[in-house]
Design a protein around this ligand. Structure first.
Ligand code: NAP
Length: 345
């Protein structure tokens, strides 16, 4: 790649899907502020679509080409603390910096301060490595968040409800919870029942398309609920100590979720109910409530390499670089089981 000054990339100029198109990115001179990676594979997340759908702040932003996608695996071209050619994987929020770049590019030029990257285990393929960072770091955040509440409950048996067990975040939340010896009730459609029971070893499966999820979750007597799909059905289960959501009250996947929903005044009813619920929990009236976001901690990403074996990295599908639109369509069905990956080269 030496000597190249530009590289092919997928960019967006407007909201998804019409704004997504092929373009080029400039490869700058190699300075310490940038991480430059020859991308081998990247994985899509709902946030990539939600980023394209964020409101444009002013007319200047119209028509500008911006990069997308956070997760990646590839070879270092330039990065402080790494050697050229090192095989790495990680996550970058460069799309939210003035650089506005992403990893769905033959070469990714990323803001070093917003990039969490480590060496790729030799036994992992690039597709596997790219599939893990964002969802693993979110699952880890969820499990670490509820842990003190389970301890506080004083009960020997720790019981957690994971809403959306076959979602990419739900999968690793369950894996982590089971490793800690917690009992897990989890939801999915019947399509993924066997997967949750046989592979992820949940203690109870609930089919959200046919069962009364709230009634079943209440009977399970959880100390914590981890919501990976959005909605309000299981809020306020008697005896529950902590409710966290990575989405918020909304259930649609096209707009930004997570803590952003506390401020998204396009949906004022959700903003008000979430703040009120959070305040009630904060002063000790009922369960503690919050909408949380992943923490891109390097040590947590390092931990994935010793906790997760390659055969428990779940990939829904792999698309070639040229078929990125089809990959986004697959993600956008909301039916993927594991990650939608793009093989970049
Ligand atoms: N706050 C954060 O830091 C953060 C981080 C990552 C993701 N998120 C958000 O979390 C959500 C999930 O992301 P993801 O990448 O894990 O999603 P995903 O893998 O694309 O989710 C697809 C899965 O969700 C399941 N599902 C859909 N509706 C469901 C429902 N009502 N109940 C139970 N399962 C349901 C589907 O199972 P069936 O086919 O069986 O229906 C499918 O397996 C997205 O809204 C995303 O924006 C937030």
């Amino acid at each position: 790649m030496s000597g190249k000054t530009s590289a092919n990339a997928w960019v967006y100029t407007d909201a998804y899907p019409q704004g997504l198109k092929q373009g080029k990115i400039n490869i700058p001179s190699q300075d310490g502020e940038k991480v430059i990676v020859e991308v081998n594979a990247c994985a899509l997340n709902p946030v990539d679509i939600q980023t394209m759908n964020l409101p444009r702040k002013n007319a200047n932003e119209k028509g500008k080409e911006w990069g997308i996608v956070c997760d990646f695996s590839g070879k270092v071209v330039h990065a402080k603390g790494f050697s050229k050619g090192d095989e790495v994987f990680g996550i970058s929020f460069s799309a939210f910096t003035p650089l506005r770049t992403g990893t769905l590019a033959k070469v990714a030029v990323l803001d070093a301060s917003k990039t969490c990257m480590i060496n790729k285990p030799v036994s992992w393929t690039n597709e596997q490595a790219s599939a893990l960072p964002l969802v693993w770091l979110t699952a880890k955040k969820c499990v670490e968040d509820v842990k003190p509440f389970l301890t506080k409950s004083g009960r020997n048996e720790k019981r957690v409800v994971v809403l959306g067990g076959s979602s990419a975040v739900g999968i690793y939340t369950i894996i982590l919870a089971k490793k800690l010896g917690w009992k897990v009730l989890s939801t999915s459609s019947s399509r993924n029942k066997e997967f949750l029971q046989d592979k992820l070893k949940v203690d109870q499966h609930v089919d959200y398309t046919t069962d009364d999820v709230r009634a079943k979750a209440t009977a399970f007597k959880p100390q914590a609920v981890i919501d990976c799909v959005g909605g309000t059905e299981c809020i306020g289960i008697p005896g529950n100590l902590r409710y966290i959501s990575i989405v918020g009250d909304k259930t649609g996947r096209e707009t930004m979720g997570g803590p952003y929903t506390y401020y998204d005044w396009r949906a004022p009813a959700y903003v008000i109910s979430q703040w009120l619920r959070w305040a009630k929990g904060y002063v000790g009236l009922g369960e503690s409530y919050d909408v949380v976001i992943l923490d891109p901690k390097r040590e947590w990403l390092e931990e994935s390499t010793t906790t997760i074996s390659p055969d428990s990295i779940y990939i829904d599908s792999v698309f070639p670089f040229e078929k990125a639109k089809e990959a986004f369509q697959r993600l956008d069905t909301g039916r993927a089981k594991g990650k939608v990956v793009i093989k970049v080269q």
